[in-house]
Design a protein around this ligand. Sequence first.
Ligand code: M6R
Length: 369
Amino acid sequence: EKGGYDYFMLKEIAEQPKAVADTLLGRIDAAGDLSLDEVRIPAAELREVDKIVIVACGTAFHAGMIAKYAIEHWTRIPCETELASEFRYRDPILGPRTLVVAISQSGETMDTLMALRHAREQGARVLAVCNTNGSTIPRESDAVLYTHAGPEVAVASTKAFLTQLVACYLVALYLGQVRGTKWGDEVRAVIRELSEIATQVERVLETMEPVRELARSLADQDTVLFLGRHVGYPVALEGALKLKELAYMHAEGFAAGELKHGPIALIEDGVPVVVVVPSPRGRSVLHDKIVSNIQEIRARGARTIVIAERGDAGVAPYADHLIEVPATPTLLQPLVTTVPLQVFACELATARGNEVDQPRNLAKSVTVE
Ligand code: M6R
């Protein structure tokens, strides 16, 4: 059942192009229009939405953080993303014009379920983004958009995450469509590239051998830090989470702009720092800022592991290890930049002799609060 792979996680990493393609299937037509008829919230109500709140835990929360960037940029609807476990305890402001999006692979996570129950009690509409047919979270929501990742067995989430991202992009674009948002060429290009993104994920998977080698060389390290900006920031958090749960290493993700506000004190000789670099095209200001962050940490002895767009000559001179990914529109970049981090964590776990599919102390779905 592991299909020739040593671990379910390896199989699930490899299945990502298909999972992504399946989640897109039939949802974007040739003209670039979205059809999400399964989202049974009337268009009239979606037009009235004045705030979006995303609730989720763990990896699904990281997908929600990325979704916030896409939703606000494309639809101009204010959006916040909150840890489901914090949500209801702070008396959040919700109403009939609030759309709550609950993201969950299993559909059984108790923290997320309690958050959505609270939201519905307060009169909000709830849309579930879920991978498990008929599970509790979609059953208790007003509508559901299923991710089609197929069963995810390994405790560490991989293909479910990529499909959650795809589903969130679809939700954002669909909201824009029903609300008649006037899109320029930028968003039209994104829709085109999104519908073909599986090929790019495939390309990343073909180039992972150096990442595995690098991971093995780090098996004796105590700490790995992760930096990112914009949508690269949640990717950094996700890279760190994968490493904690699989390699049992101290791993932390930071927004690169926060470095000088504290974390830079952690940099000393030889500390590996993974940096997720935004594309040099588009929002290139961010690219240049992160390049100077890389120079700063390198000057203090960090060993820089850089994930950057193929051909990014501006960052290459400062990378001790360069991991190149195909060019994609900025907001879609997490679909390609996360994959090397999954491979990295999985290989490090193996090198450290850890149980990859069943990390210690963890369960696949957390059904207690
Ligand atoms: O089933 P869910 O998506 O609701 O699960 C949420 C988290 O428990 C889950 O993503 C967890 O963080 C994973 N082990 C991460 O790899």
